[in-house]
Design a protein around this ligand. Structure first.
Ligand code: ZN
Length: 193
C-alpha cells in the first residue's frame, strides 16, 4: 500500500537512479500511483512522493481517469529546452500551497513506457510544465526550490505549518526516523536500479 508523503519528508530529497527493467510489479506500482493521484485531485505524481526511490512519474493532465490520457514516464531524460514561461504550481506533497514557478516553455523528453518502449515527446504548455515539475522530483528538487524570494516569503508560514505537522507525526511514531527511511530507500534501490 503506497501513500503520499508530504514536505519535509526526506524521500522528497532523494535523487533516484534509473530503473534496470520494466516488469509487472512496476505496472502495479504505476496503477497505485494513478489511483492516489486521482484521489488527491492531482495531475502528476513522482515515485519519490510515494516514498519509492525510482526514476518514474505519472501524469494525466485532466486529473480524471475517465478523461485525458494516462502517461507513465520511466527513466525520463529531458534533452532540449526552449523559452521560459511562468505559471502557478501546486504539489501533492505540499497540500494547499500554490506559487508561481518559472520553467522552460518547451522541452524534449524521452522516456520508457510500461511496454518497455522508448518514446520521445515534444512538450509545450501545461504538459511541459507538469513534466518538468515531476522530473525535478526524481532529482530531489522541489518546486519551492525554484521560487523567487518574494514568492517563497509568501508561503513561508504554510511551509512552517507542514514542518510542524511532520515533526508531530514523527513524535507520534507515524513517520520513521531518518536512518530507517534512508535504509529502506537504499534497500529498494539496490533491488531495482
Ligand atoms: Zn510535486
Amino acid at each position: 500500500m503506497l501513500r503520499i508523503v508530504n514536505y519535509p519528508h526526506p524521500a522528497l530529497r532523494h535523487k533516484s537512479k534509473p530503473l534496470r527493467r520494466v516488469d509487472a510489479e512496476l505496472g502495479k506500482i504505476v496503477r497505485e500511483m494513478f489511483a492516489l493521484m486521482y484521489q488527491q485531485k492531482g495531475i502528476g505524481l513522482a515515485a519519490n512522493q510515494v516514498d519509492l526511490p525510482y526514476r518514474l512519474f505519472v501524469l494525466n493532465l485532466e486529473g480524471d481517469p475517465s478523461k485525458g490520457q494516462e502517461h507513465a514516464f520511466i527513466n525520463p531524460v529531458i534533452s532540449k529546452r526552449h523559452g521560459t514561461a511562468e505559471a502557478e504550481e501546486g504539489c501533492l506533497s505540499f497540500p494547499e500551497i500554490f506559487a508561481p514557478v518559472r520553467r522552460s516553455e518547451k522541452v524534449t523528453l524521452s522516456a520508457y513506457n510500461l511496454a518497455g518502449q522508448e518514446l520521445t515527446y515534444e512538450l509545450t504548455g501545461l504538459f511541459a510544465r507538469a513534466a518538468q515539475h515531476e522530473y525535478d522530483h526524481l532529482d530531489g528538487v522541489l518546486f519551492i526550490d525554484r521560487l523567487s524570494p518574494a514568492a517563497l516569503l509568501s508561503i513561508k508560514e504554510k511551509l512552517r505549518d507542514l514542518e510542524l505537522q511532520f515533526q508531530g507525526d514523527r513524535r507520534r511514531g507515524v513517520i520513521p526516523e531518518d536512518p530507517q527511511i534512508f535504509a529502506r530507500l537504499n534497500e529498494l534501490e539496490a533491488l531495482r536500479t
